[in-house]
Design a protein around this ligand. Structure first.
Ligand code: AMP
Length: 217
């Protein structure tokens, strides 16, 4: 079971990926999370990634390919995985197709989660993440608050705000999504593997819509 999640920034990709991971027992691979780890490194690459993430810009393909290919070659990816945040542009989709061919693996299902822009802005300013395990919270949504202020429910790690979760960086990421990521929709539609999910509404309702598609596949 291979799944690709495509969605605008702050649509809940990470949240749904974690739900799918728990339900279908396949790893969740978020290039954003992998890159946030690289950004903590105190070397030239770490500094470059940290700077690029804080502006909401795309990280250079070579760096993304390197961390992704390393992660995909790990044992737990053998029976499938959920890709969250990759591919993000046509060149990456083509590179990914080549990689799948090399590995004799298949594309699987592509889920496009659509959410209205007003709701995305509301979510982005309230989003908080655990700096250790990546668990996601939202201070604008009562059901998504941690039990204890600033402490992760899962691992007791520190809850922080991502450097790119501000309105300015969001606008840049949203514009980039429309320009670079949206063309992937036609690409995957033509391959017959794209399913569109209405991402407006409560997490449980959206998750049901996702499950309906995945059980049919
Ligand atoms: P995300 O957690 O998916 O919202 O990603 C956070 C940030 O990581 C993005 O705004 C980009 O700066 C970077 N990033 C994540 N995935 C990619 C990718 N496939 N290509 C380039 N940059 C990426």
């Amino acid at each position: 079971m291979n799944i690709i999640l495509i969605a605008p920034p702050s649509a809940g990709k990470g949240t749904y990926a974690k739900e799918i991971k728990n339900k279908y027992k396949i790893p969740h691979i978020s290039t954003g999370e992998l890159l946030r780890k690289v950004a903590k490194r105190e070397d030239e690459i770490g500094e470059y990634v940290q700077e690029t993430l804080s502006h909401g810009e795309f990280v250079k393909d070579e760096i993304v390919y390197e961390i992704l290919e390393k992660r995909l070659s790990e044992e737990d990816c053998k029976n499938g995985y959920i890709l969250d945040g990759f591919p993000r542009k046509l060149e990456q989709a083509i590179r990914y197709d080549e990689l799948l061919e090399e590995k004799h693996n298949h594309l699987g299902t592509v889920l496009l989660i659509e959410v209205e822009k007003d709701l995305l802005v509301k979510r982005v300013t309230g989003r908080r993440v655990c700096s250790d395990c990546g668990a996601i919270y939202n201070i604008n949504i009562p059901a998504s608050l941690p039990k204890e202020d600033l402490i992760c429910d899962n691992c007791s790690g520190k809850i922080i705000q991502r450097s790119d979760d501000n309105v300015e960086a969001f606008e840049y990421r949203y514009k980039t999504y429309l320009e670079k990521t949206k063309p992937l929709i036609e690409y995957y539609k033509s391959k017959g593997c794209l399913y569109t999910i209405d991402g407006n509404g409560d997490k449980e309702v959206v998750m049901k819509r996702i499950e309906e598609v995945l059980t049919k596949e």
